[in-house]
Write a protein that binds this ligand. Structure first.
Ligand code: MN
Ligand code: MN
Length: 470
């Protein structure tokens, strides 16, 4: 039963924390910031998550022939996704408990033929990934992260712009003095996608090319020479590369009172990290716990590393086979039908700078706790999976009994816009699913903000959900 007649959930709860809780919260947020600085791309997140899981007793799924309660296993999906499971006491066909989040974030991806010279500068051409306000990505320090895979399969890791002493990269913008025409344009037109070119250099290569010919584009050639010297790659190698330009900022406490964290990529690493920590802290859950970290959410959950892929079903089938002495399609279908999932993704928080975008009774607040979103979507709930009242009731019980601070809301005003998560694709598998995540300010910008209480409650809330007994 609810304790009071009035629902007072959508309020700041920072002062409600005990000294011990505040201490745990701060320690958790220090770990989170350090992890964010190491994991700015989906590949880096998957890699770091793999290490974290190994350190916490998880073994590769393929290394186990049989699975028994308490066993800890994981798989990495093509270097860009993670599934970690702790086997529960009950038969797996009674359903698994899933916390699913995404580890990709908006950024600038290099095009297949990225390198060119213009006006005595060398540049990388980019194609932005995910929904961004393009003007936010000019004149901010960028770092380059990614991989180049050579024809023989060798993978070369690239990371420039993060370490002290590293050079930085950026997209220029027109100086205000000459911007009379630009300033009259709509925000969506003022910075065209084709102008998001990353500046790489200005110095010429002095000499002939590697075939002894005169060089026409000496600045471009100089960059190729530097890349060749450092990484042993050539221009064609970009075609089999995935290189992302991401903000070079480190995650930092926000505000004099340090009550928030500003960082690139809270969406959705704030939930992914919480899910990872929560699954690793489980001992012997009643139901098998599955932490599912996927890629490509920001572009529609497409591709074989996104939530629409069969990867989840295929991996679950392998787990069933090892846990239940053999696999059948019916067992897989039964398991999914009986499963419940938190789609762990960020939501929009009330921003006093833009009150007109919010409906004040239904927008989560920073440090008000985990945002429980019955549905997402836009204009008439279009595209939402809309969790059932029965699941919402279960979740309230788990969170209230577990001392989890939470609030409920939706994404901004009814006709104001909206968005989606992986929830709809999970629901398509006949799984109960609800969106629960951390409220953010400035979502999808190069520097997003989240409240420390909410960051910590993501971990606590997902852990309580994994520990469900019903
Ligand atoms: Mn997200
Ligand atoms: Mn997003």
């Amino acid at each position: 039963m609810s304790k009071t007649l009035l629902n007072k959930n959508n309020n700041n709860k920072f002062s409600e924390l005990t000294a011990a809780e505040a201490k745990s919260m701060n320690a958790y947020c220090e770990d989170y910031k350090a992890f964010l600085d190491k994991a700015k791309t989906e590949r880096e997140f998957a890699h770091e998550a793999g290490k974290y899981l190994e350190d916490n007793g998880f073994k590769p799924l393929e290394s186990k022939d049989k699975l028994k309660p308490g066993d800890r296993v994981y798989t990495i999906n093509r270097g860009k996704g993670v599934l970690a499971a702790v086997i529960g006491a009950r038969p797996i066909t009674e359903g698994v408990t899933i916390v699913g989040a995404h580890i990709d974030s908006p950024r600038l991806d290099l095009k297949p033929n990225p390198l060119y010279e213009d006006g005595h500068f060398a540049f990388f051409k980019t194609h932005y990934y995910g929904g961004i306000k393009k003007y936010q990505w000019t004149t901010v320090p960028l770092a380059l992260h990614g991989v180049a895979t050579l024809e023989d399969g060798t993978q070369i890791k690239i990371s420039v712009g993060e370490k002290d002493g590293d050079p930085t990269f950026m997209v220029t913008d027109l100086l205000i003095h000459f911007a009379k025409d630009q300033m009259q344009k709509k925000l969506i037109e003022a910075i065209p996608g084709e102008s998001l070119n990353i500046i790489l250099g200005n110095a010429e290569y002095d000499g002939k090319d590697d075939e002894g010919e005169e060089i026409k584009e000496k600045v471009k050639y100089n960059i190729l020479k530097l890349l060749s010297d450092k990484y042993d790659i050539c221009e064609e190698d970009f075609i089999s590369a995935e290189i992302e330009a991401v903000p070079a900022y480190k995650a930092k406490d926000l505000g004099l009172d340090r009550s928030m964290v500003a960082a690139y990529g809270h969406d959705d690493r704030v939930c992914s990290y919480g899910a990872l920590r929560a699954v690793a802290d489980l001992n012997r859950p009643t139901h098998t716990a599955v932490c599912l970290l996927v890629d490509k959410e920001e572009i529609g959950s497409v591709g074989n590393t996104g939530m629409r892929s069969r990867y989840f079903e295929n991996t679950l089938a392998k787990i069933i086979d090892k846990r239940e002495d053999g696999y059948s399609d019916l067992k897989l279908r039964e398991t999914m039908s009986n499963s419940v999932c938190i789609s762990a993704d960020v939501c929009a928080a009330f921003d006093p700078g833009w009150p007109e975008a919010a409906e004040k009774h239904n927008i989560p607040v920073i440090n008000g706790g985990l945002g429980v979103m019955k549905y997402s979507g836009s204009g008439g709930k279009s595209g939402a999976s809309d969790a059932g009242a029965e699941l919402m009731a279960k979740l309230r019980k788990i969170f209230n009994e577990g001392g989890i601070k939470w609030q409920a809301g939706e994404l901004g005003k009814v006709d104001g816009g909206g968005g989606g998560t992986i929830a709809g694709f999970v629901a398509n598998l006949d799984i109960e699913v609800v969106d629960v995540g951390v409220p953010l300010l400035s979502m999808h910008s190069p520097y997003e903000s989240a409240g420390k209480l909410d960051i910590y409650m993501a971990y606590k809330g997902y852990k309580a959900f994994f520990d469900r007994k019903d």
